[in-house]
Design a protein around this ligand. Sequence first.
Ligand code: UDP
Length: 379
Amino acid sequence: MQRILTIIGARPQFIKASVVSKAIQAQAGIEETLLHTGQHFDANMSDVFFDQLGIPRPDVQLDIHGGSHGAMTGRMLEQIEVVILREKPDRVLVYGDTNSTLAGALAGAKLHVPVAHVEAGLRSFNMRMPEEINRILTDQVSDLLFCPTDTAVRNLEKEGFADKPAQVLKVGDVMQDAALFFAQRAVRPAGFPVELLSTDGHGLSRTEGKGEKSAANPFVLATLHRAENTDDPARLAGIVSALNSIHRDLAPVLLPLHPRTRGAMARQGLELLTHTIDPVGYFEMIWLLNHCDLVMTDSGGVQKEAFFFGKACVTMRDQTEWVELVEIGANELVGADGERIEQAATRHLGRRVKDDGELYGGGKASERIVGHLLQGVGA
Ligand code: UDP
């Protein structure tokens, strides 16, 4: 029996780990211990995902959040090391690009426990992004590098991984697995503004009608939380002002507001005049992705989910790790310049895109990951 210590701590990691954990449970041969660092801890940033996605309660719950990047990562490193020494796993499994990812990978590697990285090889080539530093360093100390895309494989080849003992494996994207697996569970968020609901002329919201697909009037689904935007006053002001103009002049904008963005706006005295709701669970997010007419985001995951759900995406960043979406015209990068953001929204509102299942593995990534994990230790 192979013993794996999975380390997660932030919202997108709960979603990614949920499908891999299900694939682990479906196979004999792996026993998984789940460690939650506590990086995200609010009920609507953490608990809701465990409840909805059927993730087992963490075996180890740390309570590490807030503070500077160095302090947070350092505290995690120290405490994860204790857990590894106690649990003696055969392998550490980490996801994505957060401080929890880096701390878990470093703690494992320093104790000579092999590390597997899900979402290896992604690069924005912007070293000012904390996520980029986390990704590069995590890949360097991992021995199983699970790449979601061809681009990710090529990035690692360029960094010399062909000559290293580590295995670079293209498996597809676990977020596509999650989107497909949970697609039928979509549920309208409790806070969805009633004025955005279409009616059938009898005052009945169309969501109540059986089989009705377009339960909402056209709206833009926006998310905003990247530090490169929230921690840069000029960028944040540009984006907020553009979203406000789009909401006023083009189509209503609905934004589930990340706590980091809420804090940054309050400090800067900025106000969103869009429909703003608290962060929603994954099933609610799927509903919003299904019903919106455009996605505007700076999230990594949401860029792809727009594509999975057939919607064009306007990305309020200067680079993306998901370059293939830009190449096929499903996604446009617009940075933080208000005018560019507004023009792109006008161009893409209502545009549909088609996922032929080629780019992100078509929902088989978790299965492939577990297959490799079963072969990985001692190979
Ligand atoms: N998400 C969610 N509720 C929200 C906003 C996002 O469930 O209110 C989901 C989203 O659908 C995606 C994931 O969280 O699956 C993306 O996380 P986030 O944008 O925080 O991180 P990133 O992908 O940029 O690392």
